[in-house]
Write a protein that binds this ligand. Sequence first.
Ligand code: UDP
Ligand code: MG
Length: 314
Amino acid sequence: MGELISVVAPVYNEGAGVDRFVGRMAEALAGHDYELILVDDGSGDDSWRRIAACALREPRVLGVRLSRNFGKEAALLAGLEHATGDATVVIDADLQHPPSAVAEMIRRWRSGAQVVEAVKRNRAGQSLGSRLGARVFNRAFTRLTRVDLVDATDFRLLARPALDALLRMPEHSSFFRGTSSWIGFRRETVEVDIDHREGGASRWTARSLFRLAVNGLTSFTSAPLHLVTAVGLAFAAFSAVLGVQTLVRWMRGDSVAGFPTVILLLLVTGTFVLLGLGVIGEYLARIHEEVRGRPRYLVQERAGAAAVAETTGA
Ligand code: UDP
Ligand code: MG
């Protein structure tokens, strides 16, 4: 065939799941020329030992070990930068993304698609809270940025030109789901059923999801800043009216007995000022991060035939 498929999977404390995943991918990709890039995102368990063992056994497996936990987005980027295929599939290592869908993605790519996105038909194994949170966030994001995230997943195929375009983005805090949509190119979607997790719990905490949401939003839109301006203007109009009314009353000798009003106004303005500062702060923090320009991840070691070839310059 002559065409190479790269598969990139981030791994964080997946332990025994690694072998199962490699096996399932081998089944799903039987008959294809492929490379499987497993990025160990600083796991604290035996994930790396298992990845290295796989890489020794199986020449198509390449292991990349990050020097600590950099988060899924950085791990994805590390994997994408190591991919050499004509098309690259990004998939979770926890088998929640069905490997069986990869064949269909490859078919779509062969018939001309450059980005093939898997969209969720269901959301198995997610609590009501996180489902609701995801829904609200995806809708808000889609509305604010015109990058459609409704039912989107990180499970995607990118053809070489699309991947090269994506890797040209210099941002520090990347948001794969967003940036891989932002680039455009000929896109198609396939529907998949998200499976239940086979082992362990989701690696995301409420806090890391909140960070992801804030990073995603601030890297794609300045709408929250405009919102602060808009609310500020509304406040100005309101203050003008209330101010005049208060003055008129005072001049009429109708001295104001508005203690509750004062309290409420203080609370409302205080809240708004702090929230507004917070929004500005989030953007400032992003600028700070980008300006520092630190590497987005650090590789501690690699495992696999390809890694050896690379270090020996072969
Ligand atoms: N993951 C990672 N680094 C992290 C958190 C997660 O590489 O800091 C990987 C994890 O091993 C899995 C994928 O990202 O392959 C998705 O993670 P998870 O299943 O916890 O997220 P969910 O499926 O709940 O979105
Ligand atoms: Mg998962």
